[in-house]
Design a protein around this ligand. Structure first.
Ligand code: FAD
Length: 545
């Protein structure tokens, strides 16, 4: 790998000569400043989560050089983003926006088309433009991370007044995570549903504000997301129709108290009855947050210890090995763990917790874990912080399961029903067994649906292991789609396949997306291929994977 890195030549986008590309970059340097345009001619370094690269995916499932940027540019204002977009249209150069590029498991900072120029928005556009403590809203730029917003609330003495919602890892961008429709774990966990108002640079260089932001002098851009007329925000999430330069986000009032709880269940077969118990509790908001029902294998991996510490054989790690390891932990042995949180003052919590306790105990063998018996580094406390809107990075630990650990996910959506949960669980388990991959299922329960997130951890320096993981994932996606289950989000490498599964009525939705793409981005320069959407300049040339 080192040798290959030393020999590395900068990639040039397809369709432009090297000299012309370098000339075009020089022109961009005049607009942005020399130091804000970097050609990607250095050895590719993967770094780690907090010092991640912006040139490629640090957890790549392909070869490092497949999805790689030719250059990275750093705008500081919306106007500079507009200049970059106009420049890309002039030279027909593909550009790929990232906010912070920590989209690990989904492609990291990598562009879908090799040789794209990455627009790293977050490095210089990282201001919290407003925090409104009366309306519980904020307005942020792409480089504002969950940690940064949390710290700002602390610094301004507002943390007791209002909370943020964070995904499992707090180092990502609020805008990047939200436009990819990421999730967190307080009652404000559906980030897209909680945003209000966007500023977007279109692929032809114009800038728009959505919702109330289109009305000059308004003071409701962050409070009323819809404005008047078609609600256009949706087309700027999981797409390649615009570059978001500002976004409004709603914040949660401090609920006046909170209490995490953890229940364990003994058998795999407990899954179906448990999910059926969870559904009415969740829909009626007795279970208040996007909670997680996790399999014990992932909890063992969350210790941060490598797989080899437990087992040196090949194939899926045997159940008895996992259960023996679990029995040694302070939680004890189990198969499923439910991590939840109850919000509000003690007298309000106690009613909800009593209901939950009575319902969960209908499953024989159910145990409520007493948090006071758990040491400070037990995974439970990470879930506790996250469900209280406190950013964390403990979750990274299970990635150490494999040497040079990386991961990619199978994430189908289903109703909160036992039969669906079982069907997806069995499907995932059978396919992963076939490919000899350890099985990490976790059900993230939204309000009326759940995402099953199955993380596949692989060694990013082992080409055979990577190929096996990818083949396994592709098979799971197709089998699930054949049963009517679609992915809520996916990695760059799977976007064509997943988009292809949403094919009702001869692929009418995909065709609609292409029409929008061609109308908004006639030269097809913006993030070609992202979410399976290709402009006409790319279609029919075999770019799809
Ligand atoms: P970016 O990487 O900046 O953006 C994501 C993508 O959105 C980009 O690739 C780009 O295509 C597009 N985009 C970004 N900014 C813009 C813009 N301004 N305009 C237009 N398009 C844009 N994710 C969750 O949601 N929930 C979790 O609980 C979670 N847990 C994780 C646990 C682990 C161990 C790991 C490794 C990852 C996890 N992730 C999770 C995935 C990921 O870390 C987060 O979603 C992260 O917030 C995404 O990175 P980012 O915010 O820096 O977004």
């Amino acid at each position: 790998k080192e040798q290959r890195a030393r020999q590395r030549l900068p990639v040039v986008p397809l369709g432009i000569e090297r000299d012309e590309f370098l000339k075009a970059l020089s022109e961009l340097k005049e607009t942005l400043g020399n130091e804000h345009v970097e050609i990607n001619d250095k050895p590719l370094q993967d770094g780690w989560y907090m010092e991640h690269p912006n040139t490629h995916d640090m957890m790549t499932i392909l070869d490092d050089e497949e999805f790689v940027a030719s250059a990275v540019v750093y705008p500081s204002t919306t106007e500079e983003v507009q200049e970059i977009v106009r420049w890309a249209n002039k030279y027909l150069i593909p550009i790929f926006p990232i906010s912070m590029g920590r989209n690990l498991g989904y492609g990291g900072a990598a562009p879908r088309v090799r040789g794209s120029v990455t627009i790293d928005l977050g490095k210089r556009m990282n201001k919290i433009l407003n925090i409104n403590a009366e309306d519980y809203t904020c307005l942020v730029e792409p480089g504002v991370s969950f940690y940064a917003l949390y710290n700002a609330l602390e610094e301004r003495g507002l943390r007791d007044h209002m909370w943020i919602d964070t995904p499992d890892l707090g180092g990502g961008s609020i805008i990047g995570n939200t436009v990819d429709r990421g999730v967190g774990y307080t009652p404000y966990g559906d980030h897209w549903a909680c945003h209000s108002g966007l500023e977007v640079v279109l692929p032809t260089g114009e800038v728009i504000r959505t919702g109330m932001g289109a009305l000059p002098g308004n003071n409701t851009w962050q409070s009323f997301p819809y404005g008047f007329g078609p609600y256009s925000d949706g087309i700027f999430s999981q797409s390649n129709f615009g570059i978001v330069t500002k976004m409004g986000m709603t914040l949660m009032p401090n609920p006046g108290g909170y209490e995490s709880f953890m229940y364990t269940f003994q058998k795999e077969e407990d899954l179906a009855p448990l999910i059926d118990i969870i559904r009415p509790l969740r829909i009626s908001n007795i279970l208040e947050n996007v909670a997680q029902l996790r399999h014990v294998t992932q909890a063992i991996a969350a210790s941060g210890l490598p797989r080899t510490k437990f087992y040196s054989g090949t194939g899926r790690i045997p159940s008895d090995v996992i259960h023996a390891a679990a029995a040694e932990t302070p939680v004890g042995d189990y198969t499923w763990a439910y991590y939840g949180m109850s919000y509000g003052p003690a007298h309000i919590r106690s009613h909800k917790l009593a209901l939950i306790d009575a319902e969960f105990h209908k499953i024989p063998g159910c145990r409520k874990i007493d948090p006071s018996t758990l040491p400070a580094d037990e995974y439970f406390w990470s879930r506790d912080r996250i469900a209280a809107g406190i950013p964390d990075i403990h979750e990274l630990r299970w990635v150490n399961w494999a040497p040079n650990g990386a991961h990619i996910a199978f994430s189908p959506v289903s109703p909160i029903r036992g039969a669906d949960a079982t069907q997806l669980f069995e499907l995932g388990k059978a396919v992963q067994d076939k490919y000899g991959i350890d099985f990490f299922p976790a059900f993230c329960v939204g309000l009326r649906e759940m995402h099953l997130i199955v993380e596949i951890v692989f060694n990013r320096d082992d080409p055979e292991e990577k190929q096996r993981a990818l083949r396994c994932l592709r098979e799971m996606v197709d089998l699930a789609a054949a049963k009517g289950y679609g992915e809520y989000r996916t990695h760059l490498v799977l976007m064509d396949q997943v988009a292809g599964t949403y094919k009702w009525n001869d692929g009418a939705l995909g065709k609609f997306n292409e029409r929008l793409k061609d109308a908004l981005d006639p030269n097809g320069i913006l993030a070609p291929g992202r979410c399976g959407i290709w402009g006409k300049r790319y279609r029919g040339f075999g770019w799809e994977l």
